[in-house]
Every structure is written in C-alpha cells, then in structure tokens.
Design a protein around this ligand. Structure first.
Ligand code: BES
Ligand code: MN
Ligand code: MN
Length: 457
C-alpha cells in the first residue's frame, strides 16, 4: 500500500492530464446528437482499464448508452468490490455563463473547472488511478474488484438498470463503491448512507384546437396556461405540504433519534440562505431544512412551456402547454406508485374545460445503507487515515437511481465515498472539482480497497 501511495504521489501530473483528456469528450447523455461522444467516453475508460492491467475490460452494450466493465478477481477468500461511476455528463447550457469553456478543462485557484469534473468523471477516475497505483506497484489488488461505469445516469433511456438485473452474476459483489457524492463542507469529510429516490413526470394540458385571440374568446374558454397555474398550485399547500392523496401513507416518519442526528451535522440555516442568495429558506412546515432535504419527500417544477414569451406582447390563448415536475422520494415510497397517485391527482385537479395528460418519465427508489455496515466502517477508517478526521455520516437529498438496483438485484450495499463539495456547482455552469480532493480521493481509495479486504465475508 505504501508503494502504491508513493506511486500515486509521483504520477499526479499524469493523472491530471489523463483526466483532462477524458473531460474533453462531450459525453452528454441527454443529447441524441452526442451519442457518439458518450460511446467515446466509454471506449476511453475501457482502454484505460485494459492499459493498467484490469482484465476483461470492454465496452458493454445496454440497448441505451454503453457501459464499461472490467475485473480483477485473483484474491480468493477476499470480498469482491464493484466500483461504480458514470461517464456521461449533464448538458453544458447555458454555455455563456461559464468562465472557461465547459469541455476545455483548466486548473485555476486549486480547482479543475469543466463539465464532469466532479460529476462524475473526476470522481470515478480517483478509483481507476488508485487501481493503477496498486497494480503497478504490488502487481495485485488487496481484494477482488469489478468496475462498472455507466453512460446514462444523467439521462438517456435508463436501459443500464435492466442490464444490471440481467447480468447479476457478472456483477455479483459484496459491496459497491461509489464516488459520486459530496462533502457537507470542505472541513467535513462525509460518507453518505442514504439517498432519496425520484419520480419524474411530464404533464401536458390541451384546450381549444387552435390558438385563439384572447379578446374574441377570453372569458369563453378555459385557458390551458391558466389551468397549468392552478394545477401546479394544487400540488402543495401554502405551508409546503404535498397534497397528493395517498402519498404520505407510505412515508416512513423521521424518528426523534434521526432528527437529533441530523441537527448535529447540519449547517446553520441562515448561512445556507446567505450562500444561496435567498431571503430565507422555505419548505414543509414543522421540519428543519436538513430534515426536509434528507428525510421528507419534496416537489419541484423543472420547466413549463406554452404561449407567448417573445419580446413585446401578444394577446393569445395558447391551444396547449405543459410542465415537467419531480418528487424526491424517501423510504418507503416507490416511484411507480407515486406516478400513479400523481396521475390521479392531475385528473382530479385538472380545471374544467381542458384535458390533462400525465406521462411518467423515469424514477428511482430511495436507498438506505445501515450506518453500521462493516464496509461503511472500513471506508470511515480510510477517510480518517487520509483526511485526518472521522467522516460525518450523512444523508443526501439527491439520487443515484442505479444504487437501488444494485441493492435489489445484487443484494450489495452502496458505499458512497464521494470527494466532491456542495459548492462544486455540478449540473450548473462553472462545475469544478477541488484538485486536492482528486488527489486525496486517489490516496483514500488505495486505503479503501485495503480496508475492504479486511472485512470478513
Ligand atoms: N451525482 C449526482 C447525485 C448527487 C449529487 C449525489 C450531489 C450527491 C450530491 C447524480 O449524478 C445526479 O445528478 N443524479 C440525478 C438523478 C436523476 C437524473 C435521476 C439527480 O439526483 O437529480
Ligand atoms: Mn453523478
Ligand atoms: Mn449528476
């Protein structure tokens, strides 16, 4: 292990140069025009894995965007760890808000700036460089390792979930190591033990069969865009409580112990509000911000369209419009069931005179790993030895849907050892990844595999 750490220290410049090469590939999974770029990122990753001595390295077809598989299984009796990450990235728009071009990464002020630096290329590469360091110095790994890097975490068809279910033998493991989360703050290394799920839907509202003059017809018909306003408002009351009938039947209430634990790690709410530039935080009455984010379902509108938004004014009643929404899910909500409840809610609350149609786009089940899992304890030790302090065990409001599939199909816990920061601006302009966390993550992962190797089977 010491030789591997020394190797990693010696090769830092090359690691960074390799990562920058990968980041230049525009693997935006949501953009059909760049499907070839997603494939190129998969091929780059597979080639890298083959080069460092991982076996069976290959791009694997999923029916959607391709994934990457490789393994090294020569540690009989030791646990098998599946390293997961995603080589696809979010769209870069609005591109004019970036200080430097999203796909031409640069190091500035101790950060590497560019799309995918923190989410997730820079993070999953911390594992691949740790594997390189171990294989180059010891010629072996301390435990069995399989690598599975997907290409459609951020969008696309989600066919990779079916691939996992259909290839449970290939991917069989004792635990999944995932670096795709962030720390509470730069001084609070964190391991995440719970992720929320998600239920993402689109609603279309149709009115008259053509756009109408709002003077000639105003007052005679329901305006689809007025109806959209009413529909959106119906999902939540003034105190932020979700109004979808039946949704709370399955919500596991937070225990007093959980609320106390959250309170002990949360950032001060006024500091969060100041950082975000909002006059105050807001959400479901009766819960703190961190309780709402980690332990309660939430509802958000992501976009709405229809009618006239150009310069000047136009007196029109648009024939149709629509909106995209999602609900973040906590145990024991299922995305499929929530989708049905929401569709029923839309029918019930759709104003008269228009027709609404709800489409379920995708979902993910919430994930919870017992905080006393020996793999979490092993990871905590690797963090302690690398970053000089015991990591905070925290939850996360965001989702990594495939982790629930790993738990269900492979019966393996997802150990969320992320090296990002909440201030990395993932999905936004000026995404970045702290260079010290990139190198620290590589060192930490070298220790992680060693610690995992000692977990009794
Ligand atoms: N890596 C993120 C999830 C994440 C973000 C975890 C920040 C912890 C901290 C992941 O790539 C992501 O963006 N997930 C999406 C999933 C969605 C597209 C189904 C999310 O949470 O919106
Ligand atoms: Mn991610
Ligand atoms: Mn993401």
């Amino acid at each position: 292990m010491d030789k591997a750490l020394a190797y990693a220290a010696r090769h830092r410049d090359r690691f960074l140069a390799d990562l920058i090469e990968l980041l230049k590939i525009q693997s935006v999974s949501a953009d059909p025009a760049r499907a070839g770029e997603v494939r190129r990122a998969a091929q780059w990753t597979a080639d890298f894995l083959a080069r460092i001595g991982m076996e069976h390295a290959a791009v694997v077809e999923t029916g959607g965007h391709p994934a990457v598989y490789a393994d090294w299984l020569h540690a009989p009796g030791k646990p098998t760890i599946l390293v997961y990450g995603h080589h696809d990235v979010q769209p870069e728009d609005p591109v004019d808000k970036w200080t430097t071009p999203p796909f031409d990464p640069v190091v500035r002020d101790g950060y590497l700036w560019g799309r995918g630096t923190s989410d997730d290329k820079g993070q999953y590469m911390t594992h691949l460089f740790a594997l390189e360091s171990l294989l180059a110095t010891d010629g072996a790994l301390p435990c069995n390792v399989k690598v599975f890097i997907e290409g459609e975490e951020e969008g696309g068809k989600g066919m990779t979930h079916d691939f996992v279910r259909d290839h449970a033998d290939l991917l069989a493991c004792d635990a999944v190591a995932v670096s795709d989360t962030s720390w509470m703050s730069p001084t609070r290394p964190s391991i995440v033990y719970a992720l929320r799920g998600i239920c993402y839907l689109e609603v279309k509202v149709r009115g008259p069969n053509r756009d109408l003059h709002s003077g000639m017809f105003g007052g005679m018909v329901q305006n689809p865009l007025n109806a959209i306003g009413k529909l959106i408002a119906s999902f939540q009351d003034a105190d932020g409580r979700i109004q979808v009938a039946g949704l709370f039947d399955d919500v596991l209430p937070l225990t007093e112990a959980e609320r106390a634990e959250f309170a002990s790690v949360q950032e001060p709410e006024d500091a969060v509000a100041a950082d975000l530039g909002v006059p105050a935080l807001w959400g479901e009455a009766g819960f703190t911000a961190v309780e709402r984010n980690w332990g309660r379902p939430s509802f958000d509108v992501h976009g709405l369209w229809g009618g006239f938004t150009g310069a000047g004014s136009k007196t029109v009643i648009a024939a149709e419009g629509g909106f995209k929404i999602s609900f973040r899910l906590v145990p024991n909500l299922s995305p499929e069931k929530v989708a049905k409840l929401v569709a029923a809610h839309v029918q019930k609350h759709c104003p008269p005179g228009v027709v609404a149609e709800t489409t379920y786009l995708h979902g993910g089940t919430p994930v919870m790993v017992p905080a006393d899992s020996p793999f979490i304890q092993a990871a905590a030790q690797a963090f302690q030895d690398t970053f000089g302090q015991r990591p905070a065990l925290v939850r996360e409001g965001a989702s990594i849907p495939i982790t629930a599939v790993f738990q269900e199909a492979l019966h393996a816990p997802a150990i969320l050892v992320g090296y990002g920061l909440n201030s990395d601006d993932i999905h936004s302009p000026d995404e970045k990844f702290k260079v010290a966390h990139f190198f620290g993550g590589i060192d930490c992962n070298v220790r992680l595999y060693d610690a995992f190797a000692k977990v009794p089977r």
